[in-house]
Design a protein around this ligand. Structure first.
Ligand code: URA
Length: 209
């Protein structure tokens, strides 16, 4: 089963509180999501491999470390996932970004893929699938399947808030995928919104209703 990592860093928790607050306006909401995404990226990249290089400091030659050049891919699920991309790119500017569009079929309630544009070398990249609100897990599991179908092998799932139900579903259907979240909330309401959650992440990011 994949691991669940909950980032309890005080800065992440502080900012998440204002993200949850319904009185936080669009501009500040977007800035806070961007900042939390960067802080989460710092934690998620902890296991990135390093290699040794030699540099000349003003004093002498020194053996130092640089990233070993592992290829990273970010895949936001539209639309809310877009809100976390820039924050991650601040720390991993060379990452390529794929886009995955999904909507929920009004009859079957199942997620349907309507758009996919991915880096051509997806199978060689470590991918971070970005789904800020892991509610039932429907979009995330379908998104992971869509990535695996086109050759992705190494996928991490990054969310702001996850409900227990969504975590369980991802772990059941994709035991190879680790999940990274800023908070785990206990429940879903009758419309499958996370409780207490933050409302509709896409609407709050883009000022729509
Ligand atoms: N998507 C959202 O934007 N919010 C939720 O609570 C659940 C899914």
């Amino acid at each position: 089963m994949g691991n669940l990592y909950v980032f309890d860093h005080p800065l992440i928790q502080h900012k998440l509180t204002y993200i949850r607050d319904k009185n936080t306006g669009t501009k500040e909401f977007r800035e806070l999501v961007d900042e939390v995404a960067a802080l989460m990226a710092y934690e998620i990249t902890r296991d990135m491999p390093l290699r040794e290089v030699e540099v000349e400091t003003p004093i002498t030659r020194a053996k130092c470390k640089v990233l070993a050049g592992k290829k990273i891919g970010l895949v936001p699920i539209l639309r809310a996932g877009l809100g976390m991309v820039d924050g991650i790119l601040k720390l991993i500017p060379t990452a390529k970004v794929g886009h995955l569009g999904m909507y929920r079929d009004p009859v079957t309630l199942e997620p349907v893929k309507y758009y996919s544009k991915m880096p051509s070398d997806i199978g060689e990249r470590d991918l971070i699938l970005i789904d800020p609100m892991l509610a039932t897990g429907g979009s995330a599991t379908a998104g992971i399947s869509a990535l695996k179908d086109i050759g992705a092998r190494n996928i991490k799932l990054m969310c702001l808030i996850a409900a227990e139900a969504g975590i369980e579903r991802v772990q059941k259907e994709h035991g190879d995928v680790d999940i990274y979240v800023a908070a785990v909330d206990p429940e879903l309401n009758e419309k499958s919104y996370i409780v207490p959650g933050l409302g509709d992440a896409g609407d709050r990011l883009f000022g729509t209703k």
